[in-house]
Design a protein around this ligand. Structure first.
Ligand SMILES: *Cc1c(COP(=O)(O)O)cnc(C)c1O
Length: 438
């Protein structure tokens, strides 16, 4: 069954960042709780603990009864209606909940159908804001090296200029300004600690760059405290706090892309809380629907929204067909309710402590350069690129699903993971690295 499905897939379907005739995918036959039932191209079947939460999204695991019920209940009412001229309970309720949870002052919500699109909307909003303030020349963005903000063109332009996909589209990707990666930080006794001299030097570069280019810059965009797909880099909250201050002092907006970090993943509900700052614009996605459906949101402050409303155009220039899809909004409401009722803080704290123990043995392997944990995120960094198909297969043989990239094997398990699940993930990663990389 897996063999047949995989052979029909190959050459027909593109998978993320993979050639049409790339490594064979695994076939999913079922998913429940923290478990995936997978089949390989050679017919081998696996029951695996999911270490990836389907790319940060399935925080409550698969087939959660409350989420299944929310989806089916809404399908019994209506699955989709246009959002132009219409509204509905799931959208209003979700927006109210997001505003209540979000950092102080983020009072308005725009629903988008994916994280990348919410970043596009955030960037548009920042440019429209500067126009509305009488500064139409401010159209560029200041972003971080090592950042990742999505795959559409404007989102790509603020991704890392080397590791991102700029080179493939030289004349099409807008030229932005970049700061070095902020200095690395480590969790020590519940605090993120960095080298103060490195932080001061980085803040100096930030101030100097903004001082020189502020008349071209609309906003600073960052992934707060944890850069995800650009390298799983944990950085100093003081750098984020400085970005907040320098943005305010110079009439720039601060955009926090919380698409990966939002909803508790780093140990705070939103990662910007590590620095005690609130952005002017925030993007969320990924875990928003508990991994059930594609939905993202852009939130902004009342001050920013007022400038748009007061401008000649009066509107934010975006409006997707599937804006505020009712099924997605209904599941997202249920997911936010579950986060609160299941106690995400305790879940994430327990997973973080478990990962610190479970991944420590891997740190002793010769191939491993570093290992780090923040919230319910664990990262094992090798000195050399990971042999992805071999490590993936070896981890599956040990009952764990991982999806490494570059020189990183990382995990962000569902919040419902048990201590046994976390121990299994650590043991699986250790065994796979030992077997493949020594
Ligand atoms: C995944 C991600 C995106 C893009 O979201 P999509 O839903 O894949 O378009 C943007 N920013 C960050 C930080 C992400 O992790």
């Amino acid at each position: 069954m897996s063999r047949d499905l995989i052979s029909r897939d190959r050459g027909l379907l593109w998978h993320p960042y993979a050639p049409l005739d790339g490594d064979a995918p695994y076939a999913v036959h079922g998913a429940s709780g923290t478990r995936l039932s997978l089949g390989a191209a050679d017919g081998t079947q696996f029951e695996a603990v999911d270490a990836m939460s389907s790319w940060w999204s399935a925080v409550h695991g698969y087939r959660h009864p409350a989420l299944d019920r929310a989806l089916l209940d809404q399908a019994g009412r209506f699955s989709h209606v246009m959002f132009g001229g219409l509204t509905h309970e799931p959208a209003v309720q979700l927006a109210e909940r997001l505003v209540a949870l979000a950092p102080e002052g983020l009072d308005h919500v725009f629903f988008a159908d994916s994280g990348s699109v919410s970043v596009e909307v955030a960037l548009k909003l920042a440019v429209q804001y500067q126009q509305g303030c009488g500064r139409p020349e401010r159209t560029q963005f200041l972003a971080l090296r090592g950042g990742y903000h999505g795959d559409t063109f404007a989102a790509m332009s603020v991704c890392d200029p080397v590791d991102g996909m700029h080179a493939a589209f030289p004349s099409l990707v807008a030229r932005q300004r970049f700061l070095p990666r902020p200095p690395a930080a480590r969790l020590v006794g519940g605090e993120l600690v960095a080298d103060p001299a490195e932080v001061a030097a980085w803040i100096g570069i930030l101030e100097e760059t903004v001082g020189r280019h502020r008349d071209e810059l609309a906003a600073i965009i960052v992934e707060p405290v944890l850069q995800g797909a650009g390298g799983m880099h944990v950085y100093a909250p003081a750098a984020l706090a400085a970005a907040r201050r320098v943005a305010s002092e110079n009439g720039l907006l601060l955009i926090c892309d919380e698409i990966a970090t939002g909803f508790g993943r780093t140990g705070k509900l939103f990662a910007s809380e590590w620095a005690g700052v609130a952005p002017d614009i925030m993007c969320v996605g990924k875990a928003l629907t508990g991994g059930y459906l594609t939905l993202a949101a852009m939130l902004c402050s009342a001050g920013v929204a007022a400038v748009i409303t007061g401008s000649p155009l009066r509107t934010l220039l975006h409006g997707p067909t599937f804006m505020a899809n009712p099924l997605a909004c209904a599941v997202a409401c249920a997911s936010l309710e579950l986060l609160a009722s299941a106690g995400w803080q305790e879940q994430v704290a327990r997973i973080g402590a478990g990962l610190a123990d479970a991944l420590a043995p891997a740190a002793g392997l010769a191939a491993v350069r570093d290992f780090r944990v923040l919230g319910a995120v664990g990262v094992v960094e090798l000195s050399a690129p990971v042999n992805v198909p071999a490590v993936t297969r070896a981890a599956l043989e040990h009952g764990v699903w991982v999806r490494p990239f570059r020189n990183l094997i990382y995990t962000m398990p569902p919040y419902i993971s048990t201590s046994q699940d976390i121990a299994a993930i650590g043991a699986g990663i250790h065994a796979a690295v030992a077997q493949v990389h020594g």
